[in-house]
Design a protein around this ligand. Structure first.
Ligand SMILES: [Zn+2]
Length: 310
């Protein structure tokens, strides 16, 4: 039985229900960021192709470009039309105002991110924001973040931030107890963005799997892994087994988007029809999303699946 059938049969239509069920199946929910409708189409096409649930994500910058209410309305309409378990997360939300805006727009979860502040300030701001969004929608999930995993889903020359300072099980437990969050984003060897060597496939990110298991045990909430792009496949599998429930992929999508857009534009300089130029871009990003989704659900990544047009 696929995850989609399972979700439908048991009528589990909240994000919390989906995460609980996926955890029992030993799978993680893929979180894919979108800046525009091309990326959203690609993510939804991958969900339809694989019959797997997806979490569409948009950071403050992505929401500003797309329109938070417009994105929420599109996701709602896609969910109704396809019947697929498609969820929506307000990724990296740095203020109470933006969190409330996302909750009012109908997002399923808010990634509350005050991780740049000192621990105590992070705790109080995260707690206040989590309470505010739950007052608007009791089933919304609040995510909190601790540790430094760098910023920006971009291609980088060198590692940024203090990536060696990983989250400890003790601070994870303290943070969850003090804030009442539903989902914790720890620093466990993950990093936002990709180094050039990772884009070229010469290097992979490695995760501290043992630490993930200890944090899961100590925190007792859903765990989300940010900055998943460029991570070794085996490390993803082990991280899911150790307790990771959500995996964020953004830079890999952006790299596929840029490369395919460049190729598409270069193919015919007289082509001016946007949907003809953009169709191969949707397909290229869809392939990246489908491959990652299959991995997160323990499915074989068929080479036949790559290169096929849905
Ligand atoms: Zn992130």
């Amino acid at each position: 039985m696929t995850a989609v059938e399972t979700l439908r049969n048991t009528n589990t239509n909240t994000l919390r229900d989906a995460l609980t069920r996926l955890e029992t199946e030993g799978a993680a929910l893929g979180h894919f960021n979108v800046s525009d409708q091309v990326l959203l189409k690609a993510v939804i096409a991958a969900a339809a192709e694989t019959k797997l649930p997806v979490l569409v994500g948009a950071s403050e910058g992505e929401r500003e470009f797309f329109g938070a209410r417009q994105l929420a309305a599109l996701v709602k309409s896609l969910r109704a039309e396809t019947g697929l378990p498609i969820f929506l997360n307000a990724d990296h939300t740095h203020s109470l105002k933006k969190a409330v805006e996302a909750a009012n727009a109908g997002f399923d979860s808010v990634g509350v991110d005050f991780s740049a502040l000192p621990f105590e300030q992070n705790v109080s701001n995260t707690k206040e924001t989590a309470q505010a969004i739950k007052a608007i929608n009791p089933v919304i999930l609040a995510e909190g973040e601790i540790g430094d995993i760098g910023t920006g889903s971009e291609i980088k020359e060198t590692v940024q931030g203090n990536l060696k300072k990983l989250t400890t099980p003790e601070e994870a437990r303290q943070f969850v107890d003090a804030t009442g969050i539903d989902i914790l984003a720890p620093a466990v060897g993950n990093m936002h963005g990709m180094l050039k060597s990772m884009v070229q496939g010469k290097a992979k990110k490695h995760l501290d799997v043992e630490r993930i298991a200890q944090i899961k045990q100590a925190a007792g909430v859903f765990l989300t892994l940010h900055g998943g792009s460029g991570t070794d496949d085996q490390h993803f599998r082990k991280a899911i087994a150790a307790g990771i429930n959500i995996i964020h992929i953004n830079t890999e999508l952006r790299v596929a988007w840029r490369e395919s857009l460049g190729e598409s534009l270069a193919r015919d300089s007289n082509e001016v029809v946007p949907y003809k130029i953009l169709r191969p871009v949707v397909d290229s990003v869809r392939q990246v999303v489908s491959t990652r989704l299959r991995l997160f659900h323990g499915q074989p990544i068929s080479p036949d699946a790559v290169g096929s047009v849905a």
